[in-house]
Design a protein around this ligand. Structure first.
Ligand code: NAP
Length: 676
């Protein structure tokens, strides 16, 4: 295979590397396989292209349009998985590692696509929280809205997950409506570049939505403004260097940092050798040390076990590590491949030496280990290295030094408070796991260590068949951590999209809030139409369209009939004297569910039409009891419409039931599925 030129994609054109490009080695053979960087990039032009062309094109789409685009991109990438797998072997990754990086990245994009359609509106404004009543009679209200930032997101990614690392940032950015310039780590940029080519070739992305920098960013960060975002993943040192640039600080440019982390796992005091939890603990450590050869930001670096279990645990993990097949990542039997480069190998061995200053080696001699199917002297191979630190309170390095490879240290704890103190010595981590079958142990760790961790992962015999693993960041859940871990947050479902949007407090009249948010706010002038809304298709319905029904008197006979028919003979509906003793009721009252049924009877248009089904009620409140003789009526308003499929969409109706004095007796949101 020749040497591949890894290009950048700038302002619509591929730009080859320049004469000063960096050479990239195959992690397994040590051969030079690619070169990247030093291309003739005009960084100000790239930013301008993103801001002038990509941003407006993305913002013209709705959240749902962008979510559909993400889904199509992910499905297109999935078609090209074999070629991405093939390229990725050269990074030292095994087929199992590819499932994390390539399949995991595509899966993450699909989750954002699905959440975008389910949890965001088919519009341009995302509403954050409820309407706030800022005046006595409701003529002046408040609402928080989020709109996309009008700049560009600069993504700086780490080498270890060239596909997942790119897609987990791109998905929320594009869903928000913001263009991105992606700078992959050079060492694995040939995989990221290929994934980017697939996305660009798909024709699914608007012009300017994404660009790629292979190699250095030049002075790009010096041109960023308050509308731009830097989203960085990598080492703490690089993060510090970049985030402390005066230009970024002076302009309050958003800087999200995901950096290294001394993640830990705790064996609960209840988990004796022989218990399912003990075995689960050993399996988890083995997986975390060997997957991606330990080059995972979430990998377990510190293993915290009861003092009495140190020996048994050390022996059990050592036994598993001894059986691990290290070698050519292409071979099916290989369990652990190579580190990404010789430079990374030297770095890991240097860091392991620092740890060895405070701990004794239980397993792993870098000078003597078997490598199958590859040349151990040319490839960036290391063995898994397990240490035991006898005095974790006095030790420093084991809590501070991240050897970004298959390196972990076992340490003993006296009691749970001690375990919590040790886990927090990481000064902020992405994840800590606790393997326990005792919920009180879990609670104590959550209260004691939650503030130091972005994620806490609990697993035991009840969950192990389905649990997702200590090291797996999930698109639904927040990924990031305080302090040492960078202080950033990514993903977490729609929370992750908000990094690329501005939250704005809107204050004004109900009419103005409805017009801006696209969701009807009480107090907005009603819209009346000649025909019942149940007779008109989804697209014909107007937000704010309202009908008011005739009234219906509720009788004692209605109440007793409903009670006997349904079996709900609760005393407040049946026994006047008992009801009177209840502080909420004047006497015998109607069932809330009876009122809902009567409401439906009042507002429903019975003939077959575009309303297909009632799919639920939200935010139901009963405000005032209804006694026999009271008369109820209904106001039904179209609050919001959301397209769901090619054929139908969801209509959210605001329903208010009032009595003969116009007092509200119940209020809720009704959901129906309506044909277009
Ligand atoms: P790194 O050396 O800090 O590099 C990270 C990224 O920063 C690379 O794209 C790198 O580009 C770029 N970079 C370096 N100097 C730069 C500069 N002056 N200006 C602009 N960009 C610059 O980290 P790495 O070795 O790739 O990754 C390993 C580290 O990442 C580990 O510490 C690991 O814990 C951490 N990590 C964290 C997470 C997380 O989510 N928290 C995930 C994965 C990895 P070049 O490659 O071109 O130098």
């Amino acid at each position: 295979m020749g040497i591949r030129d890894i290009a950048s994609f700038a302002a619509g054109h591929w730009v080859p590397p320049g004469s000063g490009a960096r050479e990239i080695e195959d992690a397994v053979t040590g051969n030079i396989i690619a070169r990247a960087g030093d291309g003739a990039l005009e960084v100000a032009g790239m930013l301008d292209h993103a801001r002038r062309v990509g941003g407006p094109a993305l913002r013209a789409l709705t959240f749902h349009d962008r979510a559909r685009m993400l889904k199509a991109l992910a499905l297109d990438l999935a078609q090209h998985k074999p070629v991405l797998y093939d390229l990725s072997f050269a990074t030292g990754a095994t087929q199992a590692d590819h499932l994390i990086d390539i399949d995991g990245g595509i899966g993450t994009m699909l989750v954002f696509a699905s959440k975008g359609r389910r949890e965001m509106p088919d519009g341009h404004v995302y509403l954050d929280g409820a309407v706030e009543q800022l005046s006595r009679s409701g003529t002046f209200l408040g609402q928080h809205i989020c709109t996309p930032l009008q700049g560009v997101a600069v993504h700086i990614n780490a080498f270890n997950f060239p596909v997942w690392g790119m897609l987990e940032k791109l998905a929320p950015t594009l869903l928000a409506g913001m263009p991105a310039i992606v700078k992959p780590a050079t060492a694995t940029s040939y995989v990221a570049e290929h994934a980017m080519r697939i996305m660009l070739d798909s024709g699914l992305l608007p012009d300017g939505a994404v660009q790629l920098v292979s190699g250095g960013l030049g002075d790009m960060l010096d041109h960023l403004t308050c509308q731009d975002v830097v989203s960085f993943t990598g080492s703490a040192n690089t993060a510090f260097k970049l985030r402390s640039q005066p230009h970024l600080m002076r302009n309050s440019v958003r800087f999200i940092a995901e950096q290294d982390s001394l993640n830990a796992t705790i064996l609960g005091p209840d988990a004796d050798p022989g218990s399912p939890e003990f075995d689960l603990f050993v399996t988890g450590i083995h997986r975390e040390m060997t997957a991606k050869a330990g080059q995972k930001c979430t990998a377990i670096r510190r293993i915290i076990v009861p003092d009495a279990r140190v020996e048994a645990l050390g022996a059990a993990v050592t036994d598993r590590l001894r059986q691990t097949v290290i070698g050519d990542p292409r071979a099916a039997e290989t369990q652990m491949g190579a580190l990404v480069s010789q430079a990374q190998r030297r770095d890991v061995l240097d860091k392991a030496a620092l740890i060895a200053g405070e701990a004794t080696a239980l397993y792993g001699d870098p000078g003597n280990f078997a490598v199958q199917g590859a040349d151990a002297t040319r490839g960036a191979f290391v063995p898994p290295m397990l240490y035991h630190c006898p005095d974790p309170d006095a030790a420093q390095q084991i809590h501070e030094v991240e050897a970004f490879g298959p390196v972990a240290t076992v340490m003993g704890y006296r009691d749970l408070d001690h375990a919590v103190a040790l886990v927090n010595r990481g000064q902020g981590s992405l994840v800590a796991s606790v393997i326990t079958h005792d919920s009180q142990v879990a609670r104590a760790v959550a209260l004691g260590a939650g503030a130091f961790h972005g994620r806490l992962y609990f697993d035991n015999r009840d969950t192990m068949a389905e649990a997702t693993g200590h090291g797996a960041p999930l698109p639904h859940m927040v990924h990031g951590g305080p302090g040492r871990a960078g202080g950033g947050e990514e993903m977490g479902g729609i929370r992750g999209v908000m990094h690329y949007m501005q939250r704005t407090a809107i204050q004004g009249s109900p009419d103005i809030l409805t017009a801006i948010g696209g969701s009807w706010v009480p107090g907005t002038a009603p819209v009346s139409k000649p025909h019942h809304p149940f007779t008109r298709g989804f697209h014909d319905l107007e937000i704010g369209e309202t009908i008011r029904t005739a009234s219906r008197t509720v009788t004692l006979q209605d109440i007793t009939h409903f009670a006997e028919f349904t079996g709900d003979t609760f005393y407040a509906h049946m026994d006047a004297a008992a009801a009177e003793r209840n502080p909420f009721f004047p006497g015998q009252v109607a069932h809330g569910y009876l009122l809902l049924s009567f409401a439906a009877g009042l507002f429903v248009e019975p003939a077959e039409g575009p309303v297909l089904a009632n799919t639920g009620l939200d935010e139901l409140r009963f405000m005032k009891p209804v006694a026999p003789g009271d008369a109820i009526k209904v106001q039904l308003t179209v609050k919001k419409k959301t397209k769901r499929t090619e054929d139908y969409g969801e209509v959210r109706w605001h329903v208010i039931l009032t009595n003969q004095d116009d007092d509200s007796v119940a209020e809720y949101q009704l959901l129906t599925m309506n044909r277009y």
